[in-house]
Structures are given as C-alpha cells and as structure tokens.
Design a protein around this ligand. Structure first.
Ligand code: HEC
Ligand code: HEC
Ligand code: HEC
Length: 131
C-alpha cells in the first residue's frame, strides 16, 4: 500500500518549489523581497505614491503613451495635483536618470526586458544623465 499522506506532502513540496519564482515576483510587487534600487537624489516624490508606482508603473506608462499618441495630451495631473509631462524620457528618466541602478535592477532580477529602449532614449543617451 502507498502512504497517501506522504505522497500528498511530497506533491505539495514539489509544487511549491516549482512555483517559487512566481511567489517571489508576486511578493516583489507588494514590497516584499526585491533588489536594492538607487532612488533619485534631491527628489522626494514620484508621480504617484511609491506603492502605486511599484505595482502599476507599467499601466501608468501605457496610459501616458495612449494619451500622447491617441489623444495628443501631454500633461498628467497626479492625485496630489502635481503636473508632469507624460514622457518616458523627459519625466521618468529625468528623475530616474540612472537606468542601470533603477529600472534595470528590478527588471534584470525578474528576467524582464522591456523593449522601450529600442526607441526611447534614457538620459545617458541624451547626454543629460548622471555620469
Ligand atoms: C519628480 C521626479 C520623479 C519622476 C518624474 C518619476 N519618479 Fe519614480 N520615483 C521618484 C522618487 C523620489 C521615488 C521614491 C519615492 C518614495 O520613496 O516615496 C520614486 C519611486 C518610484 C518607483 C518605486 C521604487 C521602489 O523603491 O519601489 C518606481 C517603480 C518608479 N518611481 C517609477 C517611475 C516611472 C515609471 C516614472 C514615469 C512614469 C517615474 N517613476 C517618474 C521620483 C520620480
Ligand atoms: C521596484 C522594482 C522596479 C523598478 C524600480 C522598475 N520596475 Fe518596471 N517592472 C517591475 C515589475 C515587477 C514588472 C512586471 C510586472 C508584471 O509583469 O506584472 C515591471 C514591468 C515593467 C514594464 C512592462 C514590461 C513588460 O514586459 O511587461 C515596463 C514598461 C516597465 N516595468 C518600465 C519601467 C521603467 C521605465 C522603470 C524605471 C523608470 C521601471 N520599470 C522600474 C518592477 C520594477
Ligand atoms: C518601435 C518604437 C517604440 C517602442 C519599442 C516603444 N515606443 Fe513608446 N513611443 C514611440 C513613438 C514613436 C511615440 C510617439 C512620440 C510622440 O508622439 O512624441 C511613443 C510615445 C510614448 C510615450 C509618450 C511620449 C513620450 O515621449 O514618452 C510613452 C509614455 C511611451 N511611448 C512609452 C513606451 C513604453 C513604456 C515602451 C516599452 C514598453 C515603449 N514606449 C516602446 C515609439 C516606441
């Protein structure tokens, strides 16, 4: 006779190990385990709250792109009333000038490779970045 209990335990352990990368990336978005990133010096606030940015910066970027490309709008008004130009290069990368120490830190960790930089410049490429 097989021991059903042991088989179940083995199966559960196996499944957890198999899905470990998934648990990790899930926790990251919620502020759990994640790599160290270099935040901009001399700036205190992002476009929206840190929590929102952590979870939803990709959605915000899509929103910005659609607003600019489809509706010809260029100004974003944040929850707190601050105004920002809806631009990956001129806003996000102006504050987060060091892409390698910020955006790439998380994305490399997650094996993500957003293709945005095929077309959009970061500040180093525009020659306006931090060294
Ligand atoms: C005015 C400067 C400024 C702009 C513009 C800006 N950020 Fe930020 N960003 C910050 C600062 C400062 C923080 C840290 C906020 C804090 O600690 O509360 C931050 C935090 C973040 C975080 C969370 C980092 C973490 O530690 O979890 C992400 C992700 C992010 N920004 C992405 C973006 C993206 C994408 C854009 C463009 C849509 C953008 N930021 C535009 C200054 C900026
Ligand atoms: C604190 C970690 C962190 C930082 C910093 C960060 N990202 Fe992300 N980014 C993520 C995570 C996590 C995802 C994937 C979310 C998902 O798949 O649901 C992601 C996904 C994206 C995507 C969608 C890519 C795709 O293939 O779906 C874009 C675009 C993006 N990030 C842009 C940026 C930019 C631009 C910056 C720097 C200004 C930045 N991110 C900084 C964690 C981060
Ligand atoms: C094949 C080239 C290409 C790629 C790849 C690309 N974009 Fe764009 N994007 C454009 C063009 C062209 C515009 C329109 C520029 C304008 O009208 O000012 C634009 C506009 C935008 C805008 C609004 C204007 C601005 O200057 O930022 C945002 C935000 C944006 N894209 C985000 C992204 C993100 C995020 C990614 C990666 C997930 C991405 N784009 C990938 C070509 C590209």
């Amino acid at each position: 006779m097989y021991d059903a209990g042991k088989i179940m335990t083995g199966l559960v352990v196996f499944l957890v190990i198999l899905t470990l990368p998934f648990w990790y990336s899930g926790a990251m978005g919620k502020g759990g385990a994640r790599p160290e990133v270099k935040l901009p010096e001399g700036e205190k606030k992002c476009v929206e709250s840190k929590e929102y940015m952590r979870d939803s910066h990709m959605d915000l970027l899509n929103q910005w792109r659609d607003a600019v490309v489809r509706e010809g709008k260029h100004t974003y008004v944040s929850e707190g009333g601050a105004r920002h130009e809806m631009s990956l290069t001129n806003s996000c990368m102006k504050c987060h000038a060091d892409r390698a120490q910020f955006c790439d830190r998380c994305h490399v960790y997650l094996s993500l490779n957003p293709f945005c930089w095929d077309c959009h410049l970061d500040r180093k490429q525009t020659g306006q970045g931090a060294k």
